[in-house]
Design a protein around this ligand. Structure first.
Ligand code: NCD
Ligand code: ZN
Length: 348
């Protein structure tokens, strides 16, 4: 039997939602990961330390008994965020990043930033105190082609921003293109990127295979095969700038299977197993631990875990739907085999 034992991994980008939905999904993340960077795009957005504190309490209350999972909170950057709020976030201790959503770029991003100039003071304060900026890197303008939004953002926003704040620590979230890989690999110190399992396993044909498939629609959207290959190379290349972030983003079934369906794929139920498939596809399971368990912790200046998790190569079939509190959740790969499963989670 083939097994892989890793230092316990962390998920550096996940959507846990709130209320009954949170109660339905958080266990999947907590079963696999020691910590997760939790996205703040709720309604209303988690834009203050006080809102983050309340959200953290709700996450902790929704965890399975005896879970040691630690949620790492983020603040949602708006045009009105103040440098003082950044100081409060640092003092709180449980906030590990500030999320930039260009207004209109994705789910619940309407409260996001309309112009980087409006948040200069906040970015300067973050640069000073070493608070990471987590970036949804897509230009939202309707005249930019949906497949070019990431590339457009690099040139129009990210590159100038990195120059203007040379000490700012930045995570380019869920990168999807060969261009983004090249950009991050060649960027100044303090720049990193997360990569999702779906962008390692699929190209954009998945959205249109035999008909339109809403459960393969996420943002940034799946790209070309050449992009997927570049992402696989980056993830499995052993470079500390690239690390795991699932972007697991659950939506109730009817809101995805709709004339105007929501963006987001739910992968938390098989997240680490899916990365194992991707790494195995290029014969690089030996590099999974760095990507999943080491490089992200190092970037966020948090200790690596001492306990382990073991994956075994034994296929299993996720259910076609999970309960989602009020409604149903269609998981990625529901009803189809996943090649790896979790065998064992061991405390140090
Ligand atoms: C995310 C969501 O649903 O919150 N959707 C997605 O397609 N990834 C938002 C995001 O990360 O863009
Ligand atoms: Zn996301």
């Amino acid at each position: 039997m083939t097994t892989v034992t890793l230092r316990r991994p962390d998920d550096w980008h996940v959507h846990l939602r709130d209320g009954a939905a949170l109660g339905a999904v958080v266990k999947f993340t907590a079963e696999r990961f020691g910590r997760a960077i939790v996205m703040p795009n709720l309604k209303p957005p988690i834009a203050t330390v006080e809102l983050a504190r309340g959200y953290r309490d709700r996450i902790l209350a929704a965890l399975p008994q005896n879970s040691r999972f630690e949620p790492l909170l983020t603040l949602y950057l708006t045009n009105d965020t103040t440098p003082q709020e950044i100081d409060r976030a640092r003092a709180a201790g449980f906030i590990h990043g500030v999320k930039l959503y260009p207004a209109g770029a994705t789910t619940h991003s309407d409260a996001g930033v309309t112009d980087i100039a409006k948040v200069s003071g906040v970015l300067a304060r973050m640069e000073n105190i070493g608070m990471p900026l987590l970036v949804h890197g897509e230009s939202p303008h309707p005249d930019v082609d949906v497949f070019d939004r990431e590339t457009h953002f690099i040139d129009a926003v990210l590159q100038p921003l990195l120059g203007r704040f040379p000490g700012l620590r930045v995570v380019f979230e869920h990168i999807t293109t060969a261009r983004a890989v090249e950009f991050v690999a060649g960027a100044r110190a303090g720049v990193a990127a997360t990569i999702t399992p779906q962008h390692l396993l699929h190209n954009r044909n998945a959205i249109f295979s035999g008909g339109i498939r809403p459960h393969y629609y996420c943002l940034p959207i799946l790209k070309r095969e050449g992009d997927r290959q570049a992402l696989l190379g980056a993830a499995t290349g052993g470079t500390p700038r690239f690390f795991l972030g699932t972007d697991s983003a659950p939506h109730e079934r009817a809101t995805k299977e709709s004339a105007c369906g929501c963006a987001g794929m739910f992968t938390a139920h098989a997240a680490l197993e899916l990365y194992a498939e991707a790494f195995e596809s290029v014969g690089r399971l030996d590099r999974l631990e760095g990507f999943a368990s080491c490089f992200g912790a190092d970037f966020y200046r948090l200790p690596r875990h001492d306990d382990t998790i073991t994956l075994v190569k034994e296929s299993w079939v996720p259910p076609q739907v999970y309960d989602f509190g009020h409604g149903a959740l269609v998981p990625y790969r529901g009803g189809e085999p996943v090649a790896w499963r979790i065998a064992d989670s061991r405390a140090a």
